[in-house]
Design a protein around this ligand. Structure first.
Ligand code: C2E
Ligand code: MG
Ligand code: MG
Ligand code: MG
Length: 279
């Protein structure tokens, strides 16, 4: 009881800060054991051809359900995992699991043409990324171009000494390289020329106001122009309405992803969706 009163007193001084600190320690402690406890799983969202709705590829997205904390958003816990360094192990698990899933789908006779996996900044910087990807492809008997890796703009802007070597190593494996959430942070247009990137994913925020909001529409149009001029593939994320889809088609954007088509799904539901949308 005394302990409880003491804690309450302490909390009245800096309640919000104390709670945040407590949450952070909690999340980080649980995160450390989450892999061993098998608390992660992957869900898959289709990337579709905007013109006919057919599935082009799948994006693997991690989910974490913890007995004490419930279901946490990856936007939140990936940030924590970056701070603690756990992202390296977790990220490796994601790549392995996504490749294993792709191999299983192929074996079963129905698979998307490609699997996209998110790679965080810290994970990108580890020396093992290229050998890890090579091993996962080999273990699962997958050609490199069946795997796509999505990086954030931070990889471009920080331009660490090994960035080029890592991109070249991945490219030599045949892996498709894409910049995620393009335009959301600081866009580094000059690096788009120097690094061997295949495509861009337009940050979701620019689609929200489209087609009504003129500046959002102008930004989408500008990014579509950059992609086209540089010969890069462009994917629009967060497509929620048919008006947005039609607007994108008008800009020449061919691929989209979003709730208009489907939210991320468990593997079985993904395959059911793929079957349903294939002729
Ligand atoms: P992201 O890679 O840009 O993924 C797109 C996010 O937008 C996903 O959120 C997806 O569920 C959501 N989304 C898709 N369509 C729509 C839509 O039409 N409307 C709206 N409002 N949202 C849509 P999710 O799964 O919560 O992931 C959030 C972020 O967490 C991801 O953004 C990615 O940066 C990160 N993340 C997720 N899984 C992984 C992973 O395995 N590794 C790493 N390093 N990061 C991951
Ligand atoms: Mg992504
Ligand atoms: Mg994105
Ligand atoms: Mg994102």
């Amino acid at each position: 009881d005394a302990k409880r009163r003491g804690r309450n007193t302490w909390q009245t001084f800096t309640p919000e800060l104390a709670r945040q600190q407590h949450d952070r320690v909690q999340v980080e402690a649980q995160l450390r054991r989450a892999l061993e406890n098998e608390e992660f799983r992957l869900v898959f969202q289709p990337l579709v051809n905007l013109a006919d709705g057919r599935v082009r590829s799948a994006e693997a997205l991690i989910r974490w359900r913890n007995p004490a904390l419930g279901e946490l958003s990856p936007d939140l816990f990936i940030t924590h995992a970056e701070t603690t360094g756990d992202i390296v192990r977790i990220g490796a698990w994601v790549i392995q699991s996504a490749c294993r899933q792709m191999a299983a789908w192929r074996k079963a006779g129905l698979a998307p043409a490609r699997m996209a996996v998110n790679v965080s900044y810290r994970q990108f910087l580890t020396e093992d990324l290229v050998p890890l990807v090579a091993q996962c492809l080999k273990d699962n008997d997958l050609p490199g171009d069946l795997l796509e890796l999505e990086f954030t703009e931070r990889v471009l802007i920080e331009d660490a000494p090994d960035t080029h070597r890592t991109f070249e190593g991945l490219r030599q494996l045949g892996v498709v390289l894409t910049i995620d959430d393009f335009g959301e942070g600081y866009s580094a247009l000059n690096y788009l020329r120097r690094l061997p990137i295949h495509g861009l994913k337009l940050a979701q925020a620019f689609l929200h106001g489209v087609p009504g909001n003129e500046s959002d529409a102008a930004i989408c149009q500008a990014v579509a122009g950059i992609a086209q001029a540089l010969g890069l593939d462009l994917v629009a994320e967060g497509v929620e309405s048919s008006a947005q889809r039609d607007f994108l088609l008008g800009l020449g954007v061919r691929t989209g992803q979003g709730f208009l088509f489907s939210p991320p799904m468990d593997p079985d539901a993904f395959i059911a969706y793929l079957r349903r949308t294939s002729p």
